[in-house]
Design a binder for this molecule. Structure first.
Ligand SMILES: *Cc1c(COP(=O)(O)O)cnc(C)c1O
Length: 224
């Protein structure tokens, strides 16, 4: 539940000596229909929502109206950039080709896309993102584009039962962000948001824990 997640964020911030207003909770709504999103999040005053796929997002965005700050947290294909001007932040830019497609669309529409660069810190074969060694070059490229604004870096830590396993990944991302992206990072999910906050996360992306009572495994989405 949202209240549980907010409590977790607050206690992690207090343990880390951080001001909770420096951490933005992005509630990831994939698999949850608009009515569920409205009652679990919007009706409780939460506006930063995340979605993985442009297609799933489109129906939801229409149903939920303009009072939402949408974050695209999943992989973006270049042929979908034309739908992306409404996003408050795109967390998943991982190639010059995608950055260039956003630049072209932004030029056409007179729009500047706020973006994060997705970094595959752990080098997992099945994950998107640039390797840490390519961050500097991609950041430089994005900085040269007038319609794409670099806001930070994003990573998805490898799945692990022990959240401490994510710490070195988060620490590496933060170091890269300090060098190349104003120190801002999108990292930490339901299982490891405390560790991410200790390591300096600016955005945490939380799905399961925002919808389910603490400790209970996710149910089937109500709309299937
Ligand atoms: C689903 C998802 C999340 C949220 O994951 P949970 O473990 O449900 O909190 C965060 N980031 C991305 C990119 C996701 O796809």
């Amino acid at each position: 539940m949202l209240a549980d997640v907010r409590r977790r964020i607050e206690s992690a911030c207090s343990a880390a000596g951080r001001d909770p207003s420096t951490v933005t909770l992005v509630a990831v709504t994939k698999g949850h229909g608009p009515e569920e999103v409205r009652s679990a999040l919007l009706d409780r005053g939460h506006r930063d929502l995340g979605e993985n796929r442009v297609q799933e997002w489109q129906g939801k965005a229409e149903a939920l109206g303009p009072d939402v700050a949408w974050h695209l947290v999943g992989h973006l294909q270049t042929n979908k950039v034309r739908f992306c001007t409404p996003f408050a932040l795109i967390h998943s830019v991982d190639s010059e080709r995608l950055a260039d497609a956003l630049e072209a669309e932004g030029t056409r529409r007179g729009h500047v896309f706020p973006v994060l660069l997705q970094v595959n810190v752990a080098g997992e074969a099945q994950k998107y993102g640039v390797p840490p060694t390519d961050v500097a070059e991609l950041a430089r490229h994005v900085a040269s584009l007038a319609h794409v604004r670099l806001e930070g870096l994003m990573t998805i830590a490898p799945y692990a039962d022990d959240p401490e396993r994510a710490r070195p990944v988060f620490r590496t991302l933060r170091g890269l962000a300090d060098q190349h992206a104003s120190g801002r990072t999108s990292m930490g999910m339901s299982g490891d948001l405390e560790v991410a906050i200790e390591e300096g996360a600016t955005w945490v992306r939380v799905g399961r824990a925002a919808f389910e009572p603490a400790g209970v495994p996710p149910e089937e989405p109500a709309w299937t």
